[in-house]
Write a protein that binds this ligand. Structure first.
Ligand SMILES: Nc1ncnc2c1ncn2[C@@H]1O[C@H](COP(=O)(O)OP(=O)(O)OP(=O)(O)O)[C@@H](O)[C@H]1O
Ligand SMILES: [Mg+2]
Length: 295
């Protein structure tokens, strides 16, 4: 008799909803190379972890992975090994500062865009098993408009676009927003101005991008804030540590911690949308084509 009792967990499962905690998925992207995606992802992840959240940072830059290098972590396996079945996702995870869990990127592994059905099933299973350990999943994406960038951004609930006040960065960010909105159904973007050099530069940069987007695209842009140019951030990268830990009083550190506090207030997903299985299914669906993506 006991084994047919309807516990809340079982009821939720019967209703098709997992009773585990919802997972907030944030994709950090930007279009142009070198704008600061990895620095922002790593420091946002470390800051949110230090605020007591269970955070996982996934390095989805499959060409030039370096989240583990930036944080000075020793790794044995990476996402590519997981996809090849050479190890389980748990084996690839390394622990960073404040209990942050890091999934190292698959440097040089370019097959993410066309995984075999077995690999798709494998990655869904691998991430699904982790849902109970993760509250916030931060994905550091590659530069450019690669399939992997589209896949991860489309699957996330919050897309953070890192932009610098220079023409190439603005053009590339616009191109990324355009493709994500027109071809991948992403309508909301958080804009973060990075490497700003004077006060007022961030809001002005945001207004510049918003004006063009409002004119030509059907999107909603929100200003996530500004991170000033800061030599302490560069110094922290050289020491392979997060600036928020090594130089907590520096200007970039203060701004990144403010971003973490803000990201903490971004709405957590409700119901089935919030679970990692759902995130991974959307990821896999995106690879199979828009028609198969769960909405
Ligand atoms: N706010 C900042 N102040 C000073 N330097 C910064 C800042 N943000 C990033 N940088 C520096 O810019 C360089 C590029 O940063 P990062 O690797 O984070 O960019 P990225 O967008 O991830 O690059 P890629 O496209 O190659 O993945 C690094 O040397 C980093 O230290
Ligand atoms: Mg990077």
């Amino acid at each position: 008799m006991d084994n047919i009792r309807l516990t809340p967990d079982r009821m939720a499962r019967l209703a098709g909803i997992n009773a585990s905690r919802p997972v907030k998925v944030i994709a950090v992207t930007g279009g142009k190379g070198g704008v600061g995606k990895t620095s922002v992802s790593a420091n946002l992840a470390v800051s949110m972890a230090s605020r007591g959240r269970d955070v996982m940072l996934v390095d989805a830059d499959l060409g030039l992975a370096n989240v583990d290098v930036v944080l000075g972590l020793r790794t044995r396996f990476h996402l590519g090994h997981v996809l090849q079945g050479a190890c389980a996702l748990e084996d690839a995870i390394v622990t960073g500062p404040h209990g942050l869990q890091v999934v190292p990127g698959a440097s040089g592994y370019k097959r993410m865009a066309n995984l075999t059905p077995a690999e798709n099933a494998g990655i869904v299973r691998a991430f699904s098993d982790l849902y109970h350990q993760v509250e916030v999943l931060i994905v550091d994406t590659a530069a450019g408009l690669h399939d992997s960038v589209m896949t991860f951004s489309q699957a996330a609930q919050h897309v953070l676009v890192v932009v610098c006040d220079e023409p190439a960065s603005i053009t590339d960010a616009y191109a990324l927003i355009k493709v994500l909105s027109r071809e991948h159904g992403v309508q909301r973007f958080q804009i973060l101005a990075n490497q700003t050099r004077k006060s007022g530069e961030g809001p002005a940069l945001f207004e510049k991008i918003k004006r063009v987007c409002d004119r030509f695209l059907n999107v909603t842009l929100e200003f996530a804030g500004s991170v000033p140019y800061d030599d302490y951030l560069r110094r922290a990268v050289q020491h392979q540590s997060a600036v928020v830990d090594t130089y907590p009083a520096s200007i970039s550190s203060m701004a990144l911690k403010k971003l973490a506090a803000k990201a903490d207030t971004w709405s957590a997903p409700q119901g089935a949308r919030g679970h990692l299985e759902f995130f991974v299914e959307r990821m896999v669906g995106a690879q199979m084509g828009p028609a198969t993506v769960l909405q």
